[in-house]
Design a protein around this ligand. Sequence first.
Ligand code: F6R
Length: 366
Amino acid sequence: EKGGYDHFMLKEIYEQPRAILDTYRGRLLADQGIIKMSGIDQNLEKFMNANRIIIVACGTSWHAGLVAEYIFEDLARIPVEVEYASEFRYRNPVITENDVLIAISQSGETADTLAAIKLAKEKGAFVFGVCNVVGSSIARETDAGAYTHAGPEIGVASTKAFTTQITVLTLIALKLAHEKGTFSTSKYHEYLAELESIPAKVEKTLESNELVEHISDIYKDSNNCLYLGRGYNFPVALEGALKLKEISYIHAEGYPAAEMKHGPIALIDEQMPVVVIATKKGHYEKVVSNIQEIKSRSGRIIAIVTEGDKTVKELADHVIEVPETSECLTPLLTTIPLQLLSYHIAVMRDCNVDQPRNLAKSVTVE
Ligand code: F6R
């Protein structure tokens, strides 16, 4: 049932090229320049007239929501707020009939996310679900939705659910951007083609597995780890840190790289591995100067870079390459080595990868 892999988590990491393809299959018609999603098509007015989009979720799904915030604002120019479902529902939020709420949940059973949906519905907002489990409570409670079609995710640590959630949200953002005419038709076609090439690029990224295993062996006994990224890759840093925490029990924190100098830089010494996402587009020079700051304080740097990068290679202790793509799609690639890093470290520490202590696959209690 694990298809020859030692753990479900590894199997699910390797399933991502296929899962992403399944997510956009029948929806992304790149040749025709069409994105077909019935849940959006039937409710287009709601999205086009929305004052703002509120995204609610928990854990890894919340990180996918943060990536979506960058995509929606950057491409579709719609204001977005991303909220932890548990905070949103208890703080008497301002919700109007012109708000669209998007709830993201792999299991579709997360209690706080479900409660946030009910609250938003009571206040008259239109509620859209992005779920993986078909027929789940959240899928049933929402006004409309789009499934991720990632297939069953069994490992407690979410992997393919995350990348397929980002894929669905990217499709929605591109569709709305095109409807609104926020960028040229040629740019739109470029994005569609680029999205279509992502499964092959994820496949290529997975080739770094042996290198990541080697790096994992060097850092497996660390007590702490810092993850840094900017822009689209800031949420990826948060997600990388969560993966390491939950399955290897190493304390890890994710930060926007520029925030480092406002506190976390005090933690840096030769014992501290720092994982930096430093892909070519998106504030590259700024990230390079963050890397220099870490290096001058003897921090150990594991950098995720764009194929062929030379500058970071000279500064970092280790570099892991990902293929080049549009900036907004880089999270789909940069996430992969971070998943592998947490996986290998957890295996080397003899942790129960698929069923980490104290965690459940779906959190149906509040
Ligand atoms: C992390 C993880 C959790 C879930 C969170 C939300 O790897 O699995 O953080 O992402 O419990 O779960 P869903 O997406 O099912 O609502």
